[in-house]
Design a protein around this ligand. Sequence first.
Ligand SMILES: Nc1ncnc2c1ncn2[C@@H]1O[C@H](COP(=O)(O)OP(=O)(O)O)[C@@H](O)[C@H]1O
Ligand SMILES: [Mg+2]
Length: 231
Amino acid sequence: MTHLNDAPSPRLEARNLTRKVDGKPIVDRVSIKVFPAEVLAVVGPSGAGKSSLLRLINRLDEPTDGVVFLDGRDYRELPPRELRRKVGMIMQMPYLFPGAVAENIRFGPRQRGEDLSDDEIERLLARVNLPGFSHRDVSRLSGGEAQRVAIARALANNPEALLLDEPTSALDEEAKAAVEALLAEIIREEGLTCVWVTHDLAQAARMGDRVALMEAGRLLRVGAPEEVLNA
Ligand SMILES: Nc1ncnc2c1ncn2[C@@H]1O[C@H](COP(=O)(O)OP(=O)(O)O)[C@@H](O)[C@H]1O
Ligand SMILES: [Mg+2]
């Protein structure tokens, strides 16, 4: 994907984003642009501030300085619920509410007064390769199945962007490969703009159109995967 000729405006932009806790910056003046349908992979050692950066982008935490723009709009102008509809989050360990799979998927749309039909639920479940899982109890799902329900739940909101925090790290090898392939397909088909945090450099190379390297809260490098990962 090239941005050289048409210079599109970024879907997501962090400008000088900073969060200090007890005076210590855990995210330190991070500026990044993520373009429509682009996947920015974020790598870096444990404690580098990768998860903290995602929490700031989704406004689960407040920055002490800097700002995020979504489609050029200061994200503080958006009601948080609207922001979280547009920008979905997939965590390492999905938090599913106790109960049936379908109830988890209905949750987001219901918050805005939209009731998904059984057909819509089934279509979302088919999309994540879980046909017929609607009435399953979430406590009986495997790790890979639970993560796919979390993906379906995010898709139910029709997001523009997804933030993924080590989405395959808690899975065994087989589930990891399946979830990665599924996410790759959905991201491409839906044209989702993504910030994908991973400690797995091979995954960053496979998934990232560009890669950003963080260390001690700072963004050290951002560029083509081969440039950043081989440096
Ligand atoms: N709520 C918090 N309060 C204080 N320190 C925190 C908090 N969250 C994260 N940190 C610290 O911020 C740093 C970055 O953490 P984190 O964003 O989880 O890193 P990563 O995801 O790259 O492993 C770590 O030193 C961590 O201990
Ligand atoms: Mg983390």
